[in-house]
Ligand binder design. Structure first.
Ligand SMILES: CC(C)(CO)[C@@H](O)C(=O)NCCC(=O)N/C=C\S
Length: 207
């Protein structure tokens, strides 16, 4: 069982030539409920292949059966690597992806990335990311969290690294609060990703 599971972990990270490989990161904001919608809309873009890397907290907000692509999480890293000669999943993921979009980026993972903490599969991919490849992030958190002074500091830190923010929007949030903190609409996220498809060799269309 584990044997063919491990081999499928490897085969699922073979890049088919001519495809643009989009890695979607998902973290523990309630906006993670949008993952199935985001993945299905990304798959409609020409030549796009999608994989997902999730945190454990994010798993509370979506049903994996509604996500038609491979979702990688902690256990996969440790099933794949049991001896020195085995591949390292977070390195295989950074090699596979032409673009990384974290949607939603919760307050916790924002803080980790701003400080180089890499204590799970998702943050290890971030920590190893090749910044010549597009890295987009979609913050999503309660308005009170968004307004905390540390949030702006950490968002600007990520921009200094060269990551591209897809800003959160004001909405009546699921907890009843009204204000900024809602994740950008899925259509917005998809249209930003689309800009990178058209100019894969010209680097960042968001100078
Ligand atoms: C979930 C969705 C997309 C519904 O429109 C929207 O409320 C949102 O992005 N919320 C993310 C902000 C958040 O994590 N709030 C947590 C406590 S209020």
């Amino acid at each position: 069982q584990t044997e063919n599971h491990v081999s499928s972990l490897k085969t699922d990270l073979v890049k088919s030539c001519g495809t643009f490989c989009v890695l979607v990161g998902v973290t523990g904001s309630v906006a993670a409920l949008k993952l199935p919608l985001l993945v299905s809309q990304l798959l409609q873009l020409p030549g796009v292949d999608v994989r997902v890397v999730t945190t454990e907290h994010a798993k509370h907000f979506y049903n994996p059966a509604e996500v038609p692509v491979r979702i990688y999480s902690e256990k996969d890293e440790w099933e794949l690597w049991t001896q020195r000669s085995d591949p390292v999943l977070h390195i295989e993921l950074r090699r596979w992806a032409d673009l990384f979009v974290i949607a939603p980026l919760d307050a916790n993972t924002l803080g980790k990335i701003a400080n180089g903490i890499c204590d799970n599969l998702l943050t290890c991919v971030v920590r190893a990311w090749d910044i010549s490849r597009p890295f987009l992030f979609c913050p999503a958190m309660n308005t009170a969290m968004w307004q905390h002074p540390i949030t702006a500091q950490q968002v600007s830190r990520l921009k200094e690294f060269g990551y591209v923010e897809i800003p959160c929007i004001a909405k009546k949030l699921v907890c009843g609060d009204e204000g900024k903190g809602a994740m950008a609409e899925v259509s917005t996220i998809v249209s930003v990703v689309k800009e990178y498809l058209q100019k894969p060799d010209e680097g960042n269309p968001h100078p």
